[in-house]
Design a protein around this ligand. Structure first.
Ligand code: PMP
Length: 395
């Protein structure tokens, strides 16, 4: 039977640069002890106080259908949070609760892209981005950023790609690079969006994980609140990846249409999960700071280790739970280095090539194992790279 092009061409086909990841997973399944620095999942579980709120809600009977747009309590809580961060008036009518940030990314594109439109995104990118844009029926068009610009996008490059485009997807703090977009970068992006009449879809799921500089939501920039859809999530800020709870914040008209989409797709998010999220967001910033603390600590550890050598370069590690390491001095591609590292030292990292073409020659290291093992793994990576670079110089 024939299947739709939309589904068969969702992932674009061909090699996706994830072979090293799947090989590491196979080795683990076969019983090999692998140090896993691949995926962005916390090494702690959801806080017991949040689970308690979830249990109380469920036991009190919040296990039936919840309100499709989200509970009033969670929508109000998210609206207040976004308003406090941006200064832009925000009410529950600006908020749709979704099953995680991924669903919010899809909904946002579905709301603004028609078949044949181009949806812009920046390379390197979080793995699902092009498929999400294609899933909404649009053509996914990537724009390169460069290691030389510390992966801060250039407004001119976006402008040059904007013909026929209706949306631009950005992510700061960034996965995979760990870069936080500067005010100058965001001002440039906002200017292109206004000039080219683009929707800006702003993925801010790492907004509580900023180590250097400040997180600026583009929704705050002049003329942007009416054309920006903010994607947020409980996954990273509150270690609730499995609870699947996120949101889209945007103009009321867009949210009203997105409620129709939710009615015909997800039919909402479980009420007890939403109550747990409301509890977590109202629990004060200490809880989020505690969840971000291990990454802040490991990032500081990594800076100290990387300072002592000069083979491995570090892309400015300003936020999120990843480090992007420049391995080009070894002469290997990111994929070549990651494969050699897995075979020689049983350490699994993600090749930069898993995230497009712009981060070729780099590897992404997730800071998601305990400090001692993380520091040891990073030292091994540096020593291994130094050995490869020396051998290369001797050739
Ligand atoms: N955006 C980015 C940049 C991510 O890294 C992730 C998860 N790794 C998501 C969105 C989606 O997260 P979730 O669906 O768990 O909220």
């Amino acid at each position: 039977m024939k299947l739709s092009q939309r589904i068969t061409q969702l992932t674009g086909g061909g090699s996706d640069g994830w072979e090293v990841f799947y090989r590491a997973r196979r080795m683990i399944a076969e019983g090999h002890a692998i140090t896993e620095l691949t995926i962005g999942e916390h090494d702690v579980r959801t806080d017991p106080t949040i689970l308690n709120a979830m249990e109380i809600s469920a036991r009190q009977g919040h296990t039936g259908y919840a309100m499709v747009p989200g509970t009033d309590l969670l929508r109000d809580t998210v609206a207040a949070r976004i308003q406090a961060r941006t200064g832009i008036p925000t009410s529950r009518n600006n908020v749709l609760i979704t099953p995680g940030g991924q669903s919010a990314l899809f909904a946002a594109h579905f709301a603004v892209c028609d078949a044949g439109d181009a949806g812009l995104f920046l390379d390197p990118y979080y793995a699902t981005y092009p498929g999400t844009i294609r899933g909404a029926g649009a053509t996914a068009r990537s724009i390169q950023t460069t290691a030389e610009d510390a992966f801060q996008p250039r407004a001119e490059a976006i402008d040059a790609a904007a013909e026929g485009a209706v949306s631009l997807l950005i992510n700061t703090p960034n996965n995979p690079t760990g870069v936080v977009y500067s005010r100058q970068t965001l001002d440039g992006i906002a200017e292109v969006c206004r000039k080219r009449d683009l929707w800006l879809i702003s993925d801010e799921v790492y907004d509580t994980q900023v180590w250097d500089g400040e997180h600026i939501s583009p929704r705050t920039l002049p003329g942007m609140a009416d054309r920006t859809l903010v994607v947020g999530s409980m996954s990273k800020s509150h270690a609730m990846t499995g609870s699947r709870c996120g949101w889209v914040v945007g103009p009321e008209e867009v949210i009203a249409h997105l409620i129709n989409l939710a009615t015909h797709t997800t039919y909402g998010v479980p009420g007890f999960v939403q109550d747990a999220a409301s509890f977590a967001l109202n629990a004060g910033s200490e809880l989020e700071q505690n969840i971000a603390a291990p990454f802040r600590r490991r990032r500081a550890l990594a800076m100290r280790i990387l300072e002592t050598q000069n083979t491995v370069g570090l892309v400015p590690a300003q936020g999120a739970m990843y480090l992007m390491l420049d391995m080009r001095a070894t002469g290997l591609s990111g994929e070549g280095f990651a494969n050699a590292l897995l075979d020689t030292h049983a350490i699994a990292v993600m090749p930069g090539e898993s995230f497009g073409t712009a981060a070729a020659g780099h590897v992404r290291v997730a800071m998601t194992i305990d400090d001692d093992r993380f520091a040891a793994a990073l030292r091994t990576i540096c020593d291994f790279a130094a050995g490869l670079a020396e051998r290369r110089a001797a050739e």
